[in-house]
Design a protein around this ligand. Structure first.
Ligand SMILES: NC(=O)c1ccc[n+]([C@@H]2O[C@H](COP(=O)([O-])OP(=O)(O)OC[C@H]3O[C@@H](n4cnc5c(N)ncnc54)[C@H](OP(=O)(O)O)[C@@H]3O)[C@@H](O)[C@H]2O)c1
Length: 251
Protein backbone atom coordinates (compact mmCIF):
# COMPACT_ATOMS: atom_id res chain seq x y z
CA UNK A 1 0.00 0.00 0.00
CA UNK A 2 1.56 3.33 -1.07
CA UNK A 3 0.30 5.75 1.56
CA UNK A 4 3.14 8.01 2.62
CA UNK A 5 2.64 10.40 5.53
CA UNK A 6 5.88 12.28 4.85
CA UNK A 7 5.88 15.65 6.61
CA UNK A 8 2.66 14.95 8.51
CA UNK A 9 2.22 15.23 12.28
CA UNK A 10 -0.11 12.76 13.99
CA UNK A 11 -1.47 12.88 17.53
CA UNK A 12 -2.66 9.54 18.91
CA UNK A 13 -4.54 9.23 22.20
CA UNK A 14 -3.94 5.94 23.99
CA UNK A 15 -0.80 5.54 21.90
CA UNK A 16 1.32 3.87 24.57
CA UNK A 17 0.17 0.29 23.94
CA UNK A 18 -2.25 -1.94 22.05
CA UNK A 19 -3.90 -0.57 18.93
CA UNK A 20 -2.68 3.00 19.47
CA UNK A 21 0.96 1.88 19.68
CA UNK A 22 0.59 -0.13 16.45
CA UNK A 23 -0.90 2.91 14.72
CA UNK A 24 2.01 5.03 15.95
CA UNK A 25 4.54 2.51 14.61
CA UNK A 26 2.77 2.36 11.27
CA UNK A 27 2.59 6.16 10.90
CA UNK A 28 6.28 6.51 11.82
CA UNK A 29 7.18 3.93 9.17
CA UNK A 30 5.31 6.08 6.63
CA UNK A 31 7.30 9.20 7.48
CA UNK A 32 5.05 10.98 9.99
CA UNK A 33 6.12 12.54 13.25
CA UNK A 34 3.95 11.17 16.03
CA UNK A 35 2.83 12.45 19.44
CA UNK A 36 1.54 9.64 21.64
CA UNK A 37 -0.35 10.31 24.85
CA UNK A 38 -1.92 8.29 27.66
CA UNK A 39 -2.30 8.60 31.45
CA UNK A 40 0.94 6.83 32.37
CA UNK A 41 4.10 8.85 31.71
CA UNK A 42 6.44 5.87 32.21
CA UNK A 43 4.65 3.74 29.60
CA UNK A 44 4.48 6.63 27.13
CA UNK A 45 8.19 7.31 27.55
CA UNK A 46 9.14 3.63 27.19
CA UNK A 47 7.00 3.28 24.06
CA UNK A 48 8.40 6.46 22.51
CA UNK A 49 11.94 5.21 23.17
CA UNK A 50 11.07 1.84 21.66
CA UNK A 51 9.48 3.35 18.54
CA UNK A 52 12.46 5.66 18.10
CA UNK A 53 13.11 8.80 16.06
CA UNK A 54 10.04 10.90 15.37
CA UNK A 55 8.01 9.53 18.28
CA UNK A 56 7.22 12.06 21.02
CA UNK A 57 5.08 11.69 24.12
CA UNK A 58 3.06 13.67 26.65
CA UNK A 59 0.95 12.21 29.47
CA UNK A 60 -2.73 13.17 29.65
CA UNK A 61 -6.21 11.98 30.57
CA UNK A 62 -8.46 11.67 27.54
CA UNK A 63 -11.60 12.83 29.37
CA UNK A 64 -10.07 16.11 30.53
CA UNK A 65 -10.74 19.04 28.22
CA UNK A 66 -7.80 20.98 29.68
CA UNK A 67 -5.48 18.08 28.81
CA UNK A 68 -6.75 18.05 25.23
CA UNK A 69 -6.11 21.79 24.94
CA UNK A 70 -2.63 21.45 26.46
CA UNK A 71 -1.49 18.42 24.43
CA UNK A 72 -2.80 19.72 21.10
CA UNK A 73 -1.14 23.09 21.84
CA UNK A 74 2.12 21.38 22.82
CA UNK A 75 2.06 19.27 19.62
CA UNK A 76 1.49 22.32 17.42
CA UNK A 77 4.22 24.35 19.15
CA UNK A 78 6.78 21.49 19.24
CA UNK A 79 6.05 19.72 15.95
CA UNK A 80 4.34 22.48 13.98
CA UNK A 81 0.97 20.87 13.31
CA UNK A 82 -1.72 18.33 14.13
CA UNK A 83 -2.48 17.05 10.63
CA UNK A 84 -3.89 13.75 11.87
CA UNK A 85 -5.75 13.05 15.11
CA UNK A 86 -6.49 9.47 16.13
CA UNK A 87 -9.07 9.33 18.93
CA UNK A 88 -8.12 5.89 20.21
CA UNK A 89 -8.07 5.94 24.04
CA UNK A 90 -11.18 4.45 25.63
CA UNK A 91 -12.33 2.80 28.80
CA UNK A 92 -14.69 -0.01 29.80
CA UNK A 93 -15.03 0.02 33.59
CA UNK A 94 -18.37 -1.81 33.91
CA UNK A 95 -19.38 -5.34 32.94
CA UNK A 96 -23.01 -6.34 33.29
CA UNK A 97 -26.48 -5.54 32.06
CA UNK A 98 -27.10 -1.89 31.23
CA UNK A 99 -30.25 -1.97 33.32
CA UNK A 100 -28.05 -2.47 36.43
CA UNK A 101 -25.30 -0.01 35.45
CA UNK A 102 -24.31 2.54 38.09
CA UNK A 103 -24.35 6.12 36.92
CA UNK A 104 -20.76 6.78 38.08
CA UNK A 105 -19.25 4.17 35.75
CA UNK A 106 -21.75 4.97 32.97
CA UNK A 107 -20.64 8.61 33.11
CA UNK A 108 -16.95 7.63 33.24
CA UNK A 109 -17.37 5.52 30.10
CA UNK A 110 -19.12 8.34 28.24
CA UNK A 111 -16.59 10.93 29.47
CA UNK A 112 -13.62 9.03 28.04
CA UNK A 113 -15.10 7.44 24.94
CA UNK A 114 -17.55 10.07 23.68
CA UNK A 115 -16.72 13.41 25.33
CA UNK A 116 -13.02 12.58 24.91
CA UNK A 117 -13.49 12.07 21.18
CA UNK A 118 -15.34 15.37 20.95
CA UNK A 119 -12.97 17.57 22.97
CA UNK A 120 -9.77 16.31 21.31
CA UNK A 121 -11.42 16.88 17.90
CA UNK A 122 -12.49 20.38 18.96
CA UNK A 123 -8.96 21.27 20.03
CA UNK A 124 -7.37 19.83 16.88
CA UNK A 125 -9.86 21.81 14.79
CA UNK A 126 -9.45 25.07 16.69
CA UNK A 127 -5.67 24.99 17.06
CA UNK A 128 -4.68 23.69 13.63
CA UNK A 129 -7.10 21.89 11.31
CA UNK A 130 -9.60 24.72 10.75
CA UNK A 131 -6.95 26.73 8.87
CA UNK A 132 -4.77 23.91 7.59
CA UNK A 133 -7.00 20.89 6.97
CA UNK A 134 -6.47 17.42 8.33
CA UNK A 135 -7.87 13.98 9.01
CA UNK A 136 -9.50 12.62 12.15
CA UNK A 137 -9.81 8.88 12.75
CA UNK A 138 -11.99 7.67 15.61
CA UNK A 139 -11.64 4.16 16.98
CA UNK A 140 -15.18 2.85 17.49
CA UNK A 141 -16.06 -0.86 17.77
CA UNK A 142 -18.26 -3.47 16.14
CA UNK A 143 -19.96 -3.35 19.53
CA UNK A 144 -21.44 -0.06 18.36
CA UNK A 145 -23.70 -2.02 16.00
CA UNK A 146 -24.90 -4.84 18.27
CA UNK A 147 -26.13 -5.68 21.75
CA UNK A 148 -24.05 -7.59 24.32
CA UNK A 149 -24.94 -9.11 27.70
CA UNK A 150 -21.88 -7.70 29.50
CA UNK A 151 -20.48 -4.67 27.67
CA UNK A 152 -23.65 -2.89 26.61
CA UNK A 153 -22.69 0.42 28.25
CA UNK A 154 -19.36 0.50 26.42
CA UNK A 155 -21.08 -0.50 23.17
CA UNK A 156 -23.53 2.39 23.46
CA UNK A 157 -20.60 4.81 23.71
CA UNK A 158 -19.20 3.30 20.50
CA UNK A 159 -22.56 3.79 18.74
CA UNK A 160 -22.26 7.42 19.79
CA UNK A 161 -18.72 7.58 18.37
CA UNK A 162 -20.01 6.27 15.01
CA UNK A 163 -22.72 8.97 14.95
CA UNK A 164 -20.28 11.65 16.17
CA UNK A 165 -18.02 10.69 13.26
CA UNK A 166 -20.85 11.37 10.78
CA UNK A 167 -21.81 14.64 12.46
CA UNK A 168 -18.26 16.01 12.60
CA UNK A 169 -17.60 14.92 9.01
CA UNK A 170 -20.57 17.00 7.89
CA UNK A 171 -19.55 19.99 10.03
CA UNK A 172 -15.81 20.02 9.28
CA UNK A 173 -15.92 19.37 5.53
CA UNK A 174 -14.32 20.19 3.18
CA UNK A 175 -11.19 21.03 5.22
CA UNK A 176 -11.14 18.02 7.45
CA UNK A 177 -12.16 14.42 6.82
CA UNK A 178 -13.54 12.48 9.79
CA UNK A 179 -13.82 8.68 9.66
CA UNK A 180 -13.86 5.80 12.10
CA UNK A 181 -12.80 2.19 12.41
CA UNK A 182 -14.93 -0.47 14.10
CA UNK A 183 -12.62 -3.28 15.18
CA UNK A 184 -13.79 -6.75 16.08
CA UNK A 185 -11.98 -8.63 18.83
CA UNK A 186 -8.28 -7.66 18.85
CA UNK A 187 -5.73 -9.25 21.14
CA UNK A 188 -4.88 -6.34 23.48
CA UNK A 189 -4.97 -5.75 27.24
CA UNK A 190 -8.38 -4.10 27.11
CA UNK A 191 -10.06 -7.15 25.58
CA UNK A 192 -7.96 -9.78 27.35
CA UNK A 193 -10.97 -11.18 29.26
CA UNK A 194 -12.62 -11.94 25.90
CA UNK A 195 -9.72 -13.67 24.13
CA UNK A 196 -7.46 -15.33 26.70
CA UNK A 197 -7.53 -19.13 26.95
CA UNK A 198 -10.57 -21.08 25.82
CA UNK A 199 -12.59 -17.90 25.26
CA UNK A 200 -10.26 -16.89 22.45
CA UNK A 201 -10.41 -20.21 20.60
CA UNK A 202 -14.18 -20.22 20.83
CA UNK A 203 -14.44 -16.60 19.68
CA UNK A 204 -12.03 -17.12 16.76
CA UNK A 205 -14.16 -19.99 15.44
CA UNK A 206 -17.17 -17.67 15.23
CA UNK A 207 -15.37 -15.40 12.76
CA UNK A 208 -15.60 -16.32 9.05
CA UNK A 209 -11.85 -15.73 8.77
CA UNK A 210 -11.35 -18.07 11.79
CA UNK A 211 -8.87 -15.85 13.64
CA UNK A 212 -9.03 -12.94 16.04
CA UNK A 213 -7.64 -9.60 14.91
CA UNK A 214 -4.14 -8.27 15.44
CA UNK A 215 -3.29 -4.65 16.21
CA UNK A 216 -1.75 -4.26 12.74
CA UNK A 217 -5.12 -5.00 11.12
CA UNK A 218 -6.42 -1.79 12.70
CA UNK A 219 -3.20 0.15 12.08
CA UNK A 220 -3.49 -0.63 8.35
CA UNK A 221 -7.02 0.81 8.25
CA UNK A 222 -5.94 3.87 10.27
CA UNK A 223 -3.11 4.50 7.83
CA UNK A 224 -5.50 4.33 4.89
CA UNK A 225 -8.04 6.70 6.50
CA UNK A 226 -5.29 9.17 7.49
CA UNK A 227 -3.67 9.35 4.09
CA UNK A 228 -4.61 10.85 0.73
CA UNK A 229 -5.41 7.32 -0.48
CA UNK A 230 -8.81 7.77 1.21
CA UNK A 231 -9.13 11.41 0.08
CA UNK A 232 -12.76 11.07 -1.07
CA UNK A 233 -14.05 9.30 2.04
CA UNK A 234 -15.53 11.12 5.01
CA UNK A 235 -18.15 10.33 7.64
CA UNK A 236 -17.79 6.57 7.39
CA UNK A 237 -16.84 3.74 9.69
CA UNK A 238 -14.77 0.89 8.27
CA UNK A 239 -15.51 -2.42 9.97
CA UNK A 240 -12.35 -4.50 10.48
CA UNK A 241 -13.58 -7.69 12.09
CA UNK A 242 -12.71 -10.83 10.16
CA UNK A 243 -16.28 -10.87 8.88
CA UNK A 244 -17.73 -11.18 12.38
CA UNK A 245 -20.62 -8.78 11.97
CA UNK A 246 -22.04 -10.65 9.00
CA UNK A 247 -21.79 -14.05 10.65
CA UNK A 248 -22.56 -13.84 14.37
CA UNK A 249 -26.26 -14.28 13.66
CA UNK A 250 -25.47 -17.75 12.29
CA UNK A 251 -23.38 -18.95 15.26
N1 LIG B 1 -9.10 -4.69 21.72
C1 LIG B 1 -10.28 -4.86 21.14
O1 LIG B 1 -10.78 -6.00 20.96
C2 LIG B 1 -11.07 -3.67 20.67
C3 LIG B 1 -12.22 -3.90 19.91
C4 LIG B 1 -12.96 -2.82 19.47
C5 LIG B 1 -12.55 -1.53 19.75
N2 LIG B 1 -11.44 -1.34 20.49
C6 LIG B 1 -11.03 0.05 20.75
O2 LIG B 1 -9.68 0.24 20.38
C7 LIG B 1 -9.13 1.32 21.14
C8 LIG B 1 -7.80 0.92 21.75
O3 LIG B 1 -8.03 -0.17 22.63
P1 LIG B 1 -6.91 -1.27 22.94
O4 LIG B 1 -7.58 -2.58 22.80
O5 LIG B 1 -5.67 -1.00 22.18
O6 LIG B 1 -6.70 -1.01 24.50
P2 LIG B 1 -5.40 -1.08 25.42
O7 LIG B 1 -4.40 -2.05 24.89
O8 LIG B 1 -5.93 -1.29 26.79
O9 LIG B 1 -4.76 0.38 25.30
C9 LIG B 1 -5.51 1.49 25.73
C10 LIG B 1 -4.66 2.73 25.61
O10 LIG B 1 -5.45 3.85 26.02
C11 LIG B 1 -4.83 4.47 27.17
N3 LIG B 1 -5.89 4.94 28.03
C12 LIG B 1 -6.84 4.21 28.67
N4 LIG B 1 -7.65 5.01 29.38
C13 LIG B 1 -7.21 6.29 29.19
C14 LIG B 1 -7.62 7.57 29.66
N5 LIG B 1 -8.66 7.68 30.48
N6 LIG B 1 -6.92 8.65 29.26
C15 LIG B 1 -5.87 8.54 28.42
N7 LIG B 1 -5.42 7.36 27.95
C16 LIG B 1 -6.09 6.25 28.33
C17 LIG B 1 -3.95 3.38 27.76
O11 LIG B 1 -2.87 3.88 28.52
P3 LIG B 1 -3.00 4.23 30.10
O12 LIG B 1 -3.80 3.12 30.72
O13 LIG B 1 -1.59 4.29 30.60
O14 LIG B 1 -3.69 5.54 30.17
C18 LIG B 1 -3.45 2.72 26.48
O15 LIG B 1 -2.42 3.49 25.89
C19 LIG B 1 -10.21 1.70 22.15
O16 LIG B 1 -10.96 2.78 21.64
C20 LIG B 1 -11.09 0.46 22.21
O17 LIG B 1 -12.39 0.76 22.63
C21 LIG B 1 -10.67 -2.37 20.96
Amino acid sequence: MDTPLDGKVALITGGSRGIGKAIAASFLAQGAQVMITSRTAETCEATANELGDGCHWTASHVAREEDAERVVGHTVSELGAVDILVNNAATNPYAGPVIDADVARWDKTFAANVTGTLVWSQQAWRQHMKDNGGAIVNIASVGGYVTHPHIGSYNITKTAVIQLTKQLAAELSPNVRVNAIAPGLIKTDMARFLWEGENGEKAAKAYPLKTLGEVDDIANAALYLSSDASGWITGHTIVVDGGGLVSFARV
